[in-house]
Design a protein around this ligand. Structure first.
Ligand code: C2E
Ligand code: MG
Ligand code: MG
Length: 689
């Protein structure tokens, strides 16, 4: 693999340059040495050959420190037939000549006094390493000798070699040291970073070795990974917890609605491909509210946990090998509170589902023991089967829930298979409820007003505000059809507040348009009566409309007043202190208790229309009406008879001392504008009865 020099780290660059330099120096030294020796040899030999041509008697001296080389050179000279004598002189140590086994120079003294130098022939190679003296020939007679001095080796060569070797060694050592201290740790660091980046694997660690700074860097790097890994672990644990919480019910550990839906959707896809049946069993515990009220929430939770365990155990056995249908797959989830849902995959028939539902009920419908008391727990099951009762998960769950709802309604502790017709009715009911949620904000609620006629003065003295819902599709919906629903849904608080406000404003409008004596009566539901802010809402409605409090009367039903003695008294007193009047509506239909007529600060009693309807035909109705009138008058209460439809009824009521009547005979409840016209008509021409 070729690595670009530029890409190398700083330390590696330095290391490479050092190695290259060392290598270069070594190569250079070796080259110089070789060239030097070769040149020396060749120069020496050619020189001597030249001399031999001129003289037959020659003596040559060669000086060298390298014994082996000297011997080789002398031998070469000896082999030359023209050379007679070859002598060796070591520069100053003449005696050591013998050690080389060569003849001693006879004609040349060691100190070279007899030498005659021919400076012209002096050759030099590489500095002063080489000296030579040529023979002097005169008249064919040798008068002198030649002297060759060859210190062919630079005395520094050895140390140069040694230095080179040492430098190389040091360089290698340094390279290894640097590599160990810097390069290797850095490479391992780079590799670790690469692994982390590509694999997101934070469990990688680097060896904490190298120079001090590098070790510190490695320790810090490992520390950083420790922190990241720790944080990642916490994050993963939190994610797992979030996932667990979002897909599992914390109380029972069962899959929740979302996870169940996913499971069901997959089961349906499978069933569609293979033409299989999938069944949903919607199980609703029957008396859970009572258990919650009778025992603590904690006990109710334990109860739910026990039921879930039982169901799970039963379904496991059912889905296991002990089952008759070995392909049956079951899954259990908890939706909320006391509602469980079961999916049965690969069921063979609706009959099989029914038999399973019956078995589940026999498990659940059992006596339970709680804190030394015992109660019978029952459940209702609704069944929906794919493809008969729906194709999608949502439809099947909804239809199974509807079937459970109907089963509960028909008498608890049983199962019910979804019926399309009944389901439609329930569907409409659900739609109706949803519409009611939006009725107030969509301004679909309207008030009609029904006059109250004072029998003695023959005048309309008051108007009862009666609520209607102008449904965009159905049309005008009477209050009996939606007020109980609004009570259950908790909407009545807001709706009721709106009615009080609207009625006060309308009454004030009538005051401003020529009917300054009119009062308005507003119905207050039981739930509304329990609203701690009722007096505050009444006060602000009066303030906002500028209506004096004595023009407002609140009609409260008998049953609402009976709910809670102390609170009722406190609420009534609070309302009375504002200055409004209080009337008991539908009197005679509830407990008709004398006690509360005495105890509570009331102004009016309204005899229910059910007595008035048969007041002339039915003696007991007439007796009750008469008794109520007498009783009320004895308690200083005004009496209103509602539902008066005929003049005969009116006359009878007048004859028994009734104060006010209200009914179709005078007028049906009318929208405000129509009632204004009615009032205008009768203001000039009193309502003659
Ligand atoms: P309620 O307060 O007893 O009102 C009298 C009901 O008798 C009214 O029915 C009225 O239309 C009806 N009625 C009046 N005269 C006659 C008659 O001569 N013959 C017959 N057969 N019926 C007559 P509506 O308007 O359908 O109201 C029904 C009930 O709904 C009211 O009974 C009242 O309890 C409740 N309601 C009406 N408006 C409100 C409201 O704004 N808030 C609350 N909480 N309840 C309301
Ligand atoms: Mg009323
Ligand atoms: Mg009434």
């Amino acid at each position: 693999m070729i690595i670009s020099f530029r890409k190398l780290s700083f330390y590696t660059k330095i290391l490479t340059i050092t190695l290259l330099l060392t290598f270069g120096v070594t190569i250079l030294t070796i080259t110089i040495y070789i060239i030097h020796n070769i040149s020396q040899d060749q120069n020496l030999i050619s020189l001597l050959s030249e001399i031999a041509n001129e003289s037959s008697e020659i003596s040559a001296g060669v000086l060298d420190k390298n014994h082996k080389l000297i011997t080789e050179k002398l031998n070469k000279l000896r082999r030359n037939p023209d050379i007679l004598t070859v002598d060796v002189h070591l520069s100053k140590d003449h005696a050591s000549n013998e050690r080389f086994g060569v003849e001693k120079a006879t004609n040349l003294t060691a100190d070279g006094k007899n030498r005659i130098y021919n400076q012209e022939k002096y050759l030099s190679l590489f500095d002063t390493d080489f000296e030579i003296t040529l023979p002097i020939i005169k008249e064919n007679k040798s008068i002198g000798k030649i002297y060759i001095k060859a210190i062919d080796r630079n005395p520094y060569t050895d140390s140069f070699f040694l230095m080179t070797a040492l430098t190389t060694l040091i360089a290698i050592f340094m390279a290894m040291y640097l590599s160990n201290m810097i390069t290797e740790p850095l490479i391992s660091l780079v590799n670790a970073i690469k692994t982390i980046t590509t694999d997101q694997n934070y469990s990688v660690r680097v060896k904490e070795k190298g120079g001090t700074e590098i070790t510190t860097l490695m320790t810090a790097f490992n520390g950083m990974l420790d922190t990241i890994q720790h944080n990642e672990k916490i994050q993963q644990e939190s994610l797992a917890e979030i996932q667990r919480l979002s897909y599992y019910d914390p109380l029972t550990g069962l899959p929740n609605r979302d996870l169940f839906k996913v499971y069901l959707q997959n089961s349906l896809t499978d069933a569609k491909k293979n033409s299989l049946l999938v069944s949903i069993l919607y199980l609703d515990l029957d008396h859970f509210k009572n258990i919650n009220a009778r025992f603590s929430h904690n006990s109710a939770d334990i109860f739910v946990q026990e039921i879930s365990k039982k169901l799970n155990q039963y379904l496991n056995e059912l889905g296991g090998l002990s089952s008759e249908n070995k392909n049956l797959i079951t899954s259990l989830s908890r939706l909320n509170g006391d509602e469980f849902i079961i999916c049965l995959k690969n069921v063979r028939s609706i009959e099989e589902v029914e038999s399973i539902a019956a078995q589940i009920l026999s498990f659940v419908n059992q006596p339970y023991h709680f804190h030394e008391s015992q109660f019978l727990s029952t459940a209702s099951i609704g069944i929906a089967v794919y493809p008969y009762h729906g194709e999608t998960a949502e439809t099947l769950i909804k239809n199974a829930a509807t079937a459970a709802y109907i089963s509960k309604d028909e008498g608890k502790g049983n199962y019910k298979i979804f019926d399309t017709k009944v389901g439609k009715k329930i569907d409409n009911q659900i739609k109706f409820e949803n519409d009611l949620y939006k009725a107030l904000e969509r301004h679909e609620l309207v008030l009609h007003y029904q006059p109250k006629y004072h029998l003695q003065s023959k005048r309309i003295i008051s108007l009862e505000a009666l609520l209607r819902w102008n449904h965009p599709k159905i049309g005008l919906v009477p209050p009996d059809e939606f007020i109980p629903l609004a009570e259950n849904m908790g909407l009545i608080i807001d709706i009721g507040a709106w009615v009080i406000k609207e009625s006060c404003q309308q009454c004030q409008k009538w005051h401003n348009t020529g009917f300054p004596e009119l009062r308005v009566d507003v119905n207050v539901s039981a739930r509304q009566f329990l609203d701690a802010e009722l007096d505050f809402k009444v006060k602000s409605a009066l303030t906002e409309s500028h209506l004096a409090p004595h023009f407002l009367e609140l009609e409260i039903t008998e049953s609402a007043i009976m709910i809670n003695d102390d609170q009722t008294l406190a609420t009534l007193q609070a309302l009375k202190s504002i200055g409004v009047s209080i009337s008991v509506d539908d009197f005679g239909t509830g407990y008709s208790s004398l006690r509360y007529l005495i105890k509570y600060p009331l102004n009016t009693v309204k005899i229910d229309k059910s007595f008035i309807a048969y007041i002339l035909e039915n003696q007991s109705s007439a007796t009750i009406a008469k008794a109520i009138i007498n009783l009320a008058h004895n308690l200083n209460l005004t009496v209103v008879a509602e539902g008066v439809e005929t003049i005969a009824q009116l006359n009878y009521l007048r004859s028994v001392g009734c104060d006010i009547i209200q009914g179709y005979y005078i007028s049906r409840p009318l929208p405000a504008e129509e009632l204004t016209a009615f009032l205008t008509n009768h203001s000039t021409k009193p309502f003659e009865t």
